[in-house]
Design a protein around this ligand. Structure first.
Ligand code: TSJ
Length: 650
């Protein structure tokens, strides 16, 4: 926004005196704790930022001085020193002695100014022991000093020495140095990290501006600690910084700026491989963690732009029904707007309430998003966004279905869904066992082998589960998994209730091969993610079918691991027959009962949370995109027969 008008001291509107501030600091800065203390500094820094953001100057230096004071210096035009026509004092004096005075109110020189409380530099003066100002302007350096004397509520911010010329200069700018009053604040120590974080944030929000932070306190090697923040990429650099420790899925963020009569907006977005959406928004450099109309407008624009471009480019079909959230899975966003007459609302007054801003931001952002995403060099970003959206929609749909089914668990309809389940007759849930069995044929054997008074069988078809790469939540769409959820009776996720568990032993029975391991991993991952308490409370087990049958006449020994085999063969002696079970399906019902299902003979391994968490790692490695990692994992765990990391229970 170019400014045409020139500033005169009369533009400063005078509202109130400073004593009120010292009487009730909380009214002006919220608190006299650390937050309020730092607020003094932000009031000053904000003024420099405004000057630079309006195109005057490019550098701000913030120094935390040894004596506990803070100094802010900029190379802007310098605060005007000409006399105020009605106040009979300089504009500069008005800025520091009159509440609500300054460029912020009642003048159009500065279009959009910040300050959550918007009270200006006079509040900093009122709550400081002393405050000094140096102005370099129109060929001269000027100086003025203020101090607060005596008790907490009199003579605050009084003029210590009046405005005077110091000498000639060719530079321009403003230096303000102040010492917070220890009679007002609990502790007047500025926190380096707090200051650093905010200055870095301001540097991101105001691209190109250079901000130096110098800490002169507690010098050890004689050198002050200095940091420099300057980001020519603005919010684009900001979003990359926020995603630094995440895996990003696009190297160049989506970035745009736009302005209208009502507001200026800038925005950067970047996808990561995480599942959460992360949005940081600002109004006039003030964070709005509660969001508001600007965020809502942007979200609508993003959904609309992607839907429109997806259709137009045949990336979306009519059957695809994506919602806004789908497009935002894993998306980090920074949105900053500048506007006049800001209305904050919400619990902590950090939510933008201006209704007119929502359609305004939506329109500006929509146009910019379309322009950005239609550029040939950004085609891959569009494709990424659409494919992420579609994937998230699939997952959402699967989760919804799974939930729906578990919610219907007590209704009659449920009976049909549990069709595949062969339930048991006993009603004592503590004694009841559910066998999750891999494959229809093994399922058939298990059904015949079981003691139906307390053992239920749920066959899982192996094929659909270990077919191609499947994300876990897609597994929820699998009919058998849904049946499993309703069979257990607990519900999943937030709805999970262990009290409704219908089987106190949930036993996974799969083949001792890679497919079996895969199915186990999927089930454990599923329990870990959606029914964690089922695992922590020790209800999940893994059944151990034998690998070999060693027989001589009537003498039969079952062998459960390769390591044991030679010893068993030796014990049985010459003339034995050896049968190797390639899968559960090869066992007849009697054998299955004797070896794997009979509580008196079988071994079960109780699954711990670690095993289940490991399953997650196992599955990401086995099903993920990293082929080398998958190969390495498989060869490391090639012997699926050992199961040596599990401890048998009974
Ligand atoms: F907060 C503050 F007032 F104490 C303060 C203001 C502190 C610091 C470090 C800098 C500033 C400040 C103010 N830097 N630059 C300005 N600029 C003006 O006040 C200014 C200069 C010129 C004109 C003009 O129209 O010629 C108008 C204004 C508002």
């Amino acid at each position: 926004m170019a400014e045409k008008k020139t500033y005169e001291a009369k533009d400063i509107v005078v509202l109130e005196g400073l004593d009120a501030v010292r009487m009730r600091p909380g009214m002006y800065i919220g608190t006299t704790g650390p937050k309020g203390l730092h607020h003094l500094l932000w009031e000053i820094v904000d003024n420099s930022i405004d000057e630079l953001a309006n195109g005057h100057g490019d550098t701000i230096i913030v120094t935390l001085e040894e004596d506990g004071s803070a100094q802010v210096e900029d190379n802007g035009r310098g605060i005007p020193v000409d006399p105020h026509p009605t106040m009979k004092v300089s504009g500069l004096e008005v800025v520091f002695t009159q509440l609500h005075a300054g460029g912020k109110f009642g003048n159009d020189n500065y279009n959009f100014s910040g300050g959550l409380h918007g009270v200006g530099a006079s509040v900093t003066n009122a709550l400081s022991r002393w405050l000094n100002v140096n102005v370099f302007r129109e060929g001269f350096e000027y100086e003025m000093g203020f101090e607060s004397k005596g008790t907490t509520h009199i003579k605050s911010g009084a003029v210590r020495f009046p405005l005077h010329k110091v000498g000639k200069t060719t530079q321009t700018g403003t230096i303000v140095r102040f010492l917070p009053d220890d009679r007002v604040f609990e502790d007047i120590t500025f926190d380096f990290d707090t200051v650093s974080r905010r200055l870095r944030e301001l540097a991101f929000l105001n691209k190109g501006i250079k901000i130096l932070l110098i800490d002169e306190r507690n010098l050890e090697d004689g050198e002050p600690h200095t940091e420099v923040y300057k980001y020519d990429g603005g919010l684009s650099d900001f979003v990359k910084y926020l995603n630094e420790n995440k895996t990003v899925e696009q190297s160049k963020p989506i970035y745009f700026e736009a302005k209208s009569e009502l507001c200026e907006i800038s925005c950067a977005m970047q996808y990561t491989n995480s599942y959460t959406e992360n949005t940081f928004s600002y109004v006039n450099n003030i964070p709005t963690p509660e969001g508001g109309t600007h965020e809502t407008g942007l979200k609508s624009a993003f959904t609309r732009a992607l839907t429109d471009l997806g259709r137009k480019n045949n990336l979306l079909k009519d059957k695809d029904s994506l919602i806004g959230e789908d497009y935002r899975e894993g998306l980090s966003t920074v949105l900053a707007i500048k506007m006049r007459n800001v209305q904050f609302e919400g619990q902590t007054k950090t939510k933008l309430g201006n209704m007119e801003i929502r359609p305004e931001v939506e329109n500006l952002a929509y146009t910019q998003l379309i322009t950005f995403l239609e550029k040939p060099e950004n085609k891959s970003i569009l494709e990424l966004a659409i494919s992420k959206g579609k994937n998230a929609a699939k997952v959402r749909e699967a989760a919804r279905k799974a939930k729906e089914i578990t919610r219907a668990k007590n209704s009659l309809e449920n009976f049909n869904l549990v069709g595949k389940l062969s339930s048991c007759t006993g009603k004592k849930v503590e004694l009841n066992e559910l066998f999750i069995v891999e494959g229809d044929s093994a399922g058939g054997s298990a059904k015949m082998a079981r003691d139906r008074s307390f053992q239920a069988i749920l066959p899982l078809r192996g094929k659909p589960l270990n077919a191609e790469k499947k994300r876990l939540a897609q597994v929820l769409a699998n009919e058998e998994i849904r049946t499993l959820i309703s069979a257990l009776g607990t519900g999943i996720g937030e709805d999970f209730n262990l009290n409704n568990l219908k089987y106190h032993k949930v036993i996974i029975l799969s083949d001792a091969d890679q497919d079996g391991a895969h199915i186990r991993a999927i089930l454990l991952t599923f329990f870990f993610r959606y029914m964690k308490d089922l695992v922590t409370s020790g209800h999940v087990y893994i059944g151990l079918p034998p690998l070999y049958r060693v027989a001589k006449k009537d003498h039969i020994e079952y062998v459960y691991s390769d390591i044991e085999l030679p010893a068993v063969i030796e014990k049985v002696g010459k003339g034995y027959t050896l049968q190797r079970y390639k899968g559960l399906g090869e066992m007849n019902p009697e054998q299955l009962w004797e070896t794997t299902m009979d509580p008196k003979a079988r071994s079960l391994m109780r699954v711990t949370l670690e095993d289940a968490a490991n399953a997650e790692l196992m599955i990401t490695t086995l099903m993920g995109d990293n082929i080398d990692a998958r190969k390495a994992y498989i060869s490391r765990h090639a012997n699926f027969n050992k199961n040596d990391k599990f401890k048998p229970v009974n």
